[in-house]
Design a protein around this ligand. Structure first.
Ligand code: SAM
Length: 319
């Protein structure tokens, strides 16, 4: 489906819970969450995805909160993957609960997993994440690779992260995975914490890998710009939405766990899907999806804080 600016919208991020077992200081430091009876059911999510497929949205990322906190999340992922017309289902997770599920996810053909990892050293990880869970995350990463899942690491460019960038990037030297660095977006607690931007991060990485060079590759759902070096098995990705806005290529829409369709991360506007879900009509669902796509603005305004109208945090939206 095309939006009013001619962009092709083929990707939906689906938040399946706003609960999280971490308290990352830039994301969900106090961990508020809605009551379970306000959360979309599996059936409602599946119906939304079927309607989305019929409008040309065929790629889905399951997110949260921490999606694996949702009871039965692996089964929901399996059912999403089995919907005719769905091209790709991937998961983004903090990795703490991944290890025991990795084989099952690989067995039904999950198309990939992104693991969030902001520090490779245990005490620093615990300070940022608010929980001493680094060993569980690394076990999740190893299990994902052993199961043959396509795996990426996501690391936020937090203030003070300069000293750990090379150790984080080294995961791509030692394993066949992409390591992606995400500029802090001024959403939720991220408003208080601008960290280094892409160019600063690249300059630091080039002190270790001077040959790191841009490659024109799309390796998933879109937004990362990738860099390669002969000494790295995987790629380095930069998700540089703040310093190098890439809205002209935006291909996405977001579904919150309470049934709101968000046209853009930056603004509070949303289309409420619950009326359409309660009516039971796929046509109503399609119409609501089309309204949300039609409402997509040309661009975010992260550089102009006053224009940002989204007041919720990333864990409520799905990142
Ligand atoms: N719990 C899951 C995870 O860790 O991937 C999914 C939800 S989490 C909100 C999704 C991603 O958003 C994580 O990689 C997290 O680091 C990132 N994130 C949260 N707040 C952010 C911010 N203000 N700017 C950039 N990325 C942010």
């Amino acid at each position: 489906m095309q939006d009013t600016f001619g962009r092709s919208i083929n990707y939906m991020r689906i938040s399946v819970t706003d609960r999280c077992n971490l308290r990352c200081r830039y994301c969900a430091p106090d961990g508020a969450c809605v009551q379970a009876d306000g959360i979309l059911t599996d059936e409602e999510i599946l119906r939304t995805v079927k309607a989305a497929v019929s409008t040309g949205i065929t790629r889905f990322k399951v997110t949260g909160g921490e999606p694996l906190m949702r009871p039965g999340c692996a089964d929901l992922l399996r059912r999403l993957k089995a919907i005719p017309g769905v091209q790709s289902v991937t998961l983004t997770t903090n990795g703490t609960m991944l290890a025991p599920l990795a084989k099952e996810l690989a067995a039904f053909g999950l198309d990939g997993v992104n693991i969030s990892l902001d520090a490779p050293e245990r005490a620093e990880y615990a300070r940022i994440a608010g929980a001493d869970r680094l060993p569980d995350v690394l076990a999740g990463l190893d299990a994902a690779l052993a199961a043959g899942l396509r795996t990426k690491l996501n690391c936020v460019l937090l203030p003070g992260c300069e000293k750990r960038l090379i150790s984080l990037a080294r995961f791509a030297a030692e394993r066949p995975i992409d390591v992606r660095f995400i500029e802090v977006m001024p959403i939720g607690a991220g408003r208080e914490d601008p960290g280094p931007d892409r160019d600063k991060a690249l300059a630091i990485l080039r002190t270790e890998w001077p040959g790191l060079h841009a490659v024109n590759e799309c390796r998933g759902n879109g937004p990362a710009h990738y860099y390669a070096d002969d000494a790295l098995m995987g790629r380095i990705g930069m998700i540089d939405a703040v310093s190098h806005r890439f809205c002209e290529n935006c291909n996405r829409i977001r579904l919150t766990c309470t049934g709101l369709l968000k046209p853009c991360l930056c603004y509070g506007e949303s289309v409420d899907l619950r009326g359409a879900l309660h009516s039971g009509s796929e046509e109503d669902l399609r119409a609501a999806l089309c309204r949300a796509v039609a409402a997509k603005p040309r661009a975010h305004c992260f550089e102009d804080r006053a224009g940002i109208t989204e007041r919720r945090g990333m864990s409520e939206i799905g990142g």
